[in-house]
Design a protein around this ligand. Structure first.
Ligand code: CA
Length: 229
């Protein structure tokens, strides 16, 4: 049975674009153009995942999410406006599984959808505290990274950067997303800071263990792949 994605978006152009892209990927698509309709369709149980715009007529995305979470755990990816800083925090607090900031790259949204569905289907280890790639192990709870048996000392931001990349293994994560998740949404400093931390990580991992852990995807961002060499 095909996986069904519910798109709740009042901007027709974006809604249509998403529908085409998702159908192209083999998903079935349900659409709703306002919050009330979106909530009803989500509660109907026909969809496996919901892409939910925050700025919606009738009920906004947060209100939809709040009401939905009383009786449904359908995965939700929120679409927020670029400058709506509080949206992201409120969205994740409100029970969203992930969020994308508009405008976003469709490839990134598709990758996140795949990841969330994969997690739901249980094909990713349920031990969320342990992230691995090859010989590398990150124990999120203990805040420790090992390569083989050796402890790797990382700073807080190096750790967070590595964590985001490991959590999104095999997915290219954009610099913007990394910046937000590692430095916080209110970060005002140098925009190349992510590149700097990637260099630090490479000097502590790649150079020491002779691997090529973090791949640069030119013009987009970074990625850690399963087949680390
Ligand atoms: Ca909207």
């Amino acid at each position: 049975m095909a996986t069904t994605i519910l798109i709740v978006e009042d901007e027709e152009k974006i809604g249509r674009f998403l529908e085409l892209e998702l159908r192209h990927e083999g998903y079935q698509v349900l659409k709703a153009a306002n919050g009330r309709e979106g909530l009803e369709k989500a509660q109907s149980g026909q969809a496996d995942l919901m892409v939910l715009d925050v700025m919606l007529p009738e009920l906004n995305g947060f209100e939809v999410l709040r009401r939905l979470r009383k009786n449904s755990d359908i995965p939700v990816i929120l679409l927020t406006a670029r400058d709506a800083v509080m949206d992201k925090v409120a969205g994740l607090d409100g029970g969203a599984d992930d969020y994308m900031t508009k405008p976003f790259a469709i490839e990134e949204l598709l990758a996140r959808i795949r990841l969330i569905l994969k997690k739901r289907s249980g094909s990713i280890s349920s031990d969320k505290n342990l992230l691995t790639c090859g010989e590398l192990t990150m124990d999120v709870k203990r805040y420790e990274v090992h390569y083989g048996a050796e402890l790797v000392e990382l700073t807080h931001r190096e750790f967070e950067l590595l964590r985001v990349l490991l959590e999104n293994k095999n997915i290219v994560v954009s610099r913007d997303t990394l910046l937000e998740k590692v430095c916080g949404y209110d970060y005002m400093g140098e925009t190349n800071i992510i590149d700097v931390y990637v260099r630090y990580l490479r000097s502590k991992l790649d150079n020491v263990y002779h691997i090529k852990l973090i791949q640069t995807v030119r013009g987009v961002g970074y990625c850690i792949k399963d087949d680390v060499k």
